[in-house]
Ligand binder design. Sequence first.
Ligand SMILES: O=P(O)(O)OC[C@H]1O[C@H](O[C@H]2O[C@H](CO)[C@@H](O)[C@H](O)[C@H]2O)[C@H](O)[C@@H](O)[C@@H]1O
Ligand SMILES: O=c1ccn([C@@H]2O[C@H](COP(=O)(O)OP(=O)(O)O)[C@@H](O)[C@H]2O)c(=O)[nH]1
Length: 468
Amino acid sequence: MSRLVVVSNRVAPIKAGKVAAGGLAVGIHDALRQSGGIWFGWSGEVSANPDIGCETVGNITYATLALNKRDYDQYYRGFSNATLWPIFHYRIDLARYNREEYEGYRRVNAMLAEKLKPLLKPDDIIWIHDYHLIPFAEECRRLSIRNRIGFFLHIPFPPPEILTVIPPHNELLRTLCYYDLIGFQTDTDRLAFQDYMTREVRGVIEADGSLTAYGQNFRAGVYPIGVVPEEIRELAESYKGRRRPMRRNTDVLRKNIISVDRLDYSKGLVERFKAYEAFLDRFPEHRRLVEFIQIAPTSRSDVKTYQTIRQQLESEAGHINGRLSDLDWTPLHYLNKSHDRRTLMGLFRYAAVGFVTPLRDGMNLVAKEYVASQNPEDPGVLVLSRFAGAAKELTSALIVNPYDCIGMAEALDRALRMPLAERKDRYEHMMRAIRAADLDAWRDIFLRDLRTFSSRPRPAAKKPPVVS
Ligand SMILES: O=P(O)(O)OC[C@H]1O[C@H](O[C@H]2O[C@H](CO)[C@@H](O)[C@H](O)[C@H]2O)[C@H](O)[C@@H](O)[C@@H]1O
Ligand SMILES: O=c1ccn([C@@H]2O[C@H](COP(=O)(O)OP(=O)(O)O)[C@@H](O)[C@H]2O)c(=O)[nH]1
């Protein structure tokens, strides 16, 4: 069996016990643990030392390198997270474009491909992850790397009208066609991509379902990322920490509403806080009987838009607690600290409501983790945004529109009142979906397709673009 080589910008922390607050790192780590292989990417450090550090833990070899300050600023903080991330999450209003950052993005992709080359064997299968690395395959082909190369996009793919706002969209999308297989989280994303390829650049859908565009032939498919439900159940059951908050001086149990997100404007946190306040105003009978725990570890905090959202949330949280708290009741617990998985799954299990309301999200693993953590005999209710990729599978959640404040407040009330039989029905339906498309299925089906699809012979990639 050929070896698996995974490349992603973010590599999970190698040290046991360190938390990776991001679905990509959590998902790939679990997927690689099964098959073993190499995981190549950024170490998360900014330093002038360009050397690759290799460390093998169990069956995974982590090969990581630091980025220098200029590369970090242009490739990660700049084009990846100030241009691609907002645009791919439909937020043209928050995006900026800077040509030097784009050139830095191309330069880092070329540099990473060069660094990877000596680590490769001819029959390795290479699996590239996410928007930071769109041009990676083209750079590999330029270096005469002939291995199968697949790409998985963890975030949404926007409609062509939004994508074309990126000035070099054409060049960027051309580089994507050097992959043998391109995977998306949902059919909506795949169709938006197909739409771009057929309408914008007159690509052709072949009789065998493959696509031909920019002189390349490749496949695009849908591979929703999943979780490992048994592991989540074990973690949730074994959590021994704090369960439901008690009402001081009495034995009455308070119900928890829980949300866990990186502190990102795509997660709809401000809208969610406003909806919670509207819920307490419209349904005052729940006051003192419910507490909302929002765990939101900071993310990309040196990008301006992330600083702004953090200030907005602090102000909103202060407003809610200032207005509604009492000496013996704090309605909102807002924590910027990251938490380990056992704690999170334990908190999920004892929360009556999982409140997952992104404005746009590739998948949202937290939604699946919340459901998989529940006690089958007394499950909580998932309130889920229709704009999370997970909503395509978890159709028995209470589906809400995160732009509808009152609608979300009403869903919270309905969730907290939901009879046990309905909660069980919805939970069982969602668990069937989670088991049917778990993390093993995501990895196995993608890699099976990548191995079996034979693309037509490709012309070699042309000369490198402008890189300074
Ligand atoms: O690496 P960071 O800049 O710190 O950000 C963390 C990760 O965020 C994004 O995660 C996405 O992948 C999840 C798993 O497929 C998916 O459920 C979620 O909807 C996405 O937002 C990002 O795509 C990763 O590259 C980052 O590492
Ligand atoms: O303090 C935290 C916060 C989040 N997570 C994990 O980070 C992932 C977040 O993935 P998701 O797909 O929901 O969103 P992303 O952050 O990738 O956009 C989930 O597995 C969470 O359990 C974690 O381990 N600790």
